[in-house]
Design a protein around this ligand. Structure first.
Ligand code: PLP
Length: 445
């Protein structure tokens, strides 16, 4: 008999009785039971096979149950399940070396956390101690995590009910041409005006009060908006001029998702701190971290860094990271992700956009794409309100499930974010399912 021997019905019953779910009204949810998963596919409690176009919360970059990662966790468990962070450990040392071999030049020191929010919390703490300043600037339309400071740095509706007066966070608008705040008509104009807006904001807030600017290199959950050429370089210059720490949050867009190891590579910038989680080990065991510049690491050379976690650099999580990164290297996963975006997903989504009245825009890179759905192509009125849902969106998502697809949705958008290892055929099959779901929902509307 297996250790845990529950059928789907009992699993659901115990969940409803005892599990308290994230971001949810507990009485209004009906969680799908997942019994099994493999590669880009998973099976629900009724045995229905679904194509996972979500990578769960955009973290199973290698797909489900990659044999090398599973074996690494088993091997590490048999050797040494855990050890406190104060000791040195082979899995942790090798994971840190491998991560540093891919992060932008100079970001060679790795502080391990349990996930993305605490990586961002620690990056901000490092920036504050390094600069002796308090304020943190970040964009509307961003997500940085669910802990108290990270959710206040966040610019999405999940912040509203967590607003706190004393977090020292200030928000600004990043570039997003389709919904430009700057009346821009070209990417170049959008980038230049967004930068000007940020420069004014920094001047008004007082540059000497600002510890850090934290930016998702490509905002993920908030809509996969690619920054115009030159924008991030402008942010880097602004930070340099005022001694502000530039923190790149690559929790979602890092580790190959964009067809690059890290999204900043496309923009020729090196941040002072880069946070990661999710794809670092495909989320098989919780792991996140901060890659730290030599200058900031030196701040804590002779003076202790006042922060830590019981499970910092957990051996099981680090062994999973070692296996994940080696598999990504050996199987050319990042190159495949770039190919999928350039040759398969991009062309297929653009073709779909040309046919469907509800598709306002498609945008993305690698295996990181958004379909922006609008009620009216001329006014660009979103198909669901900011922070909400609508019958039309509900109908599309239900139709996706009926087609055999697990979709990733955020308000009025569907994101195409399957594992980086998905085949050309499967990704096209998934886009065809979205295509049919849109047609059916539109006809019924
Ligand atoms: N930063 C970004 C860009 C994210 O997408 C997320 C999670 O979705 C986080 C931070 C928070 O990570 P975690 O949920 O592991 O705390």
């Amino acid at each position: 008999r297996p250790l845990i021997d529950l059928d789907a019905a009992r699993t659901h019953e115990l969940d409803r009785a005892h599990v308290f779910h994230s971001w949810s009204a507990q009485d209004l949810i009906d969680p799908m039971v997942v019994t099994r998963a493999e590669g880009s596919w998973l099976w629900d409690g009724e045995g229905t096979k679904l194509l996972d176009f979500t990578s769960q919360l955009v973290f199973t970059n290698l797909g489900h149950q990659h044999p090398r990662v599973v074996a690494a966790i088993q091997e590490q468990a048999a050797t040494l399940c855990t050890v406190a962070p104060s000791y040195a450990n082979a899995a942790r040392s090798e994971a840190a070396r491998l991560i540093a071999s891919h992060t932008p030049e100079g970001l060679d020191r790795i502080f391990f956390t349990n996930g993305g929010a605490d990586a961002n919390e620690h990056a901000i703490r490092m920036a504050r101690l390094h600069t002796g300043r308090q304020k943190v600037l970040s964009t509307y339309r961003s997500y940085h995590g669910g802990t108290q400071l990270a959710v206040n740095v966040t610019g999405d509706p999940r912040r509203w009910s967590n607003d706190a007066a004393s977090t020292g966070t200030v928000h600004f608008f990043g570039p997003f041409l389709y919904r430009s705040e700057f009346h821009a008509t070209t990417e170049a104009e959008e980038g230049a005006r967004a930068l000007e807006h940020l420069e004014h904001l920094v001047a008004m807030e007082g540059p000497q009060t600002i510890a850090a600017i934290m930016l998702e290199t490509i905002p993920g959950t908030a809509g996969i908006m690619l920054p115009p050429a030159g924008y991030l370089q402008g942010v880097r210059d602004l930070c340099d001029r005022h001694g502000i720490v530039y923190i790149a949050d690559e929790v979602m867009c890092g580790f190959g998702r964009t067809g690059r190891w890290f999204a900043v590579e496309d923009h020729g910038v090196v941040p002072d701190l880069l946070t990661f989680a999710k794809g670092v080990n495909s989320g098989y065991v919780p792991l996140g971290g901060v890659a730290i510049s030599a200058e900031i690491a030196a701040t804590f050379g002779q003076r202790p860094y006042p922060g830590g976690l019981t499970y910092s650099g957990h051996p099981l999580a680090c062994a999973a990271a070692v296996a994940t990164i080696r598999a990504m290297e050996d199987e050319q996963v990042v190159e495949h992700a770039a190919h999928l975006g350039r040759d398969v997903i991009g062309p297929a989504l653009r073709e779909l956009a040309a046919r469907h009245p509800w598709v306002g825009e498609v945008r993305g890179t690698g295996v990181f794409w958004a379909i922006e759905l609008v009620a009216d192509a001329a006014t660009r009125e979103p198909l669901a309100p900011y922070g909400g849902s609508s019958p039309a969106m509900g109908a599309i998502l239900a139709a996706c499930r009926e087609e055999g697809l697990l979709p990733f949705a955020n308000y009025h958008r569907i994101h195409v974010v399957p594992p980086l290892t998905i085949s050309d055929e499967d990704v096209l099959a998934g886009i065809a399912m979205i295509d049919r779901a849109l047609t059916r929902a539109h006809a019924a509307h």
